[in-house]
Write a protein that binds this ligand. Structure first.
Ligand SMILES: NC(=O)c1ccc[n+]([C@@H]2O[C@H](COP(=O)([O-])OP(=O)(O)OC[C@H]3O[C@@H](n4cnc5c(N)ncnc54)[C@H](O)[C@@H]3O)[C@@H](O)[C@H]2O)c1
Ligand SMILES: [Zn+2]
Ligand SMILES: [Zn+2]
Length: 340
């Protein structure tokens, strides 16, 4: 069947992979919609592993249940893309997101389990979750990034009235800002290098204001907070962004690192030490957080449709990645329909 394959640095090609076959323990789905994620962009940037079929945010229709109880052919589902061992201490305490094995065979992020940039896929049955009828396919594909934001917010432990800065206005930054407001933050600011994305954060009503990250932030931070933000959530991963996150955090405050850097970066640890900051890493989500996001969508308590900028075909994937990385496009989440 047709798929999109990573073939080189910043280069996809339309290719062929074998259709997944029925096997016990694996649910087969017809992919309805798949999201393009900021993490996928890191793989595209480095062009490795070659042959990778990306796509870990998806909605699909079950064509074979693989023996999963309570599931029927025709059900609409999504899934956690991770692949925990279920034996280690992380797994046993419900933290499948930091199991050491969880990413090695992750769906859409490994060569072993190809992703949703193809019309069909196989998913580990215990990661599959049925979704209610009143959420659209596109929204279902947004559950995964929304759960990333929710996990970061849970770790940030925001108190009512606190001031929160989110570095980066991609989808992860925007959902983090959205949840920060829901947690009762009195001021939510998004910092962005891309003016259109910064303005988006305000226009979409997830941030009270935005900072242009290309300018010096220190004066603005002093004006808005005096001593710095109680909580800073870093959603970019690059050296400059992580450094500004640390410098913007109030002494004694909390800085949550959600952004991923594939390479080691240099950051001012002296500020962490001198200000006794709590710096926390946040990876993925628990199953409960994933389910919470589905529930919040089904109950209309959050609206993630507003973050969807476009729905494209497999042929458009290369151009969509270019669009998402040119630094001046206002697109946030681009969804792929592999059957379009
Ligand atoms: N920890 C996790 O579980 C997890 C899950 C998903 C994504 N991520 C990571 O989170 C990050 C964000 O994901 P995304 O999908 O929103 O990506 P994205 O690329 O859409 O968004 C990143 C944004 O940061 C902006 N930016 C870059 N440098 C900046 C700076 N110095 N200051 C302010 N803004 C800056 C960019 O203009 C861009 O809009 C990525 O690194 C991604 O890999 C982590
Ligand atoms: Zn993702
Ligand atoms: Zn484990």
């Amino acid at each position: 069947m047709k798929c999109v394959k990573l073939v080189d640095k910043r280069k996809f090609e339309i290719g062929e992979i074998e259709e997944p076959q029925a096997q016990d323990g694996y649910v087969l789905i017809d992919v309805k919609k798949a999201g393009i994620c900021g993490s996928d962009i890191h793989y595209w940037d480095i062009g490795e592993p070659k042959g990778l079929v990306l796509g870990h945010e998806y909605c699909g229709i079950v064509t074979n249940t693989g023996g999963k109880e309570g599931l029927q052919v025709g059900d609409r589902v999504t899934a956690l893309p991770i692949s925990p061992c279920l034996k280690c201490s992380a797994c046993k305490t419900g933290n499948i997101q930091y199991c050491k094995e969880t990413w090695a065979n992750a769906t859409g992020l490994s060569l072993t389990n190809s992703g949703a940039l193809a019309p069909k896929m196989a998913i580990r049955e215990d990661m599959v979750i049925k979704v209610p009828d009143n959420i659209s396919d596109e929204e279902v594909a947004m559950v995964e990034p929304t759960a990333v934001g929710l996990h970061g917010i849970h770790l940030a432990d925001i108190k009512v009235g606190q001031k929160v800065l989110v570095i980066g206005g991609g989808i992860i930054g925007l959902v983090s800002a959205m949840f920060a407001k829901m947690e009762g933050a009195s001021l939510v600011v998004v910092s962005e290098t891309n003016e259109k994305r910064g303005q988006n954060a305000v226009d979409l009503k997830v941030a009270d204001k935005w900072y242009d990250a290309k300018s010096d932030l220190s004066t603005k931070i002093t004006e808005d907070t005096l001593e710095g933000f109680d909580v800073v959530i870093e959603c970019c991963g690059n050296e400059k962004a992580v450094t500004s996150a640390i410098l913007a955090t109030k002494p004694g405050g909390t800085c949550v690192l959600v952004g991923v850097s594939m390479l080691p970066i240099t950051i001012p640890t002296v500020s962490v030490v001198m200000s006794e900051l709590t710096v926390k890493g946040a990876i993925a989500y628990t199953k409960e957080e994933f389910e919470t996001c589905i529930e919040l969508m089904a109950n209309n308590q959050i609206d993630v449709k507003k973050f969807i900028s476009d729905i494209v075909t497999l042929e458009d994937v290369q151009a969509s990645y270019e669009r998402l990385t040119n630094g001046n496009d206002d697109a946030i989440k681009i969804i792929v329909d592999p059957n379009k």
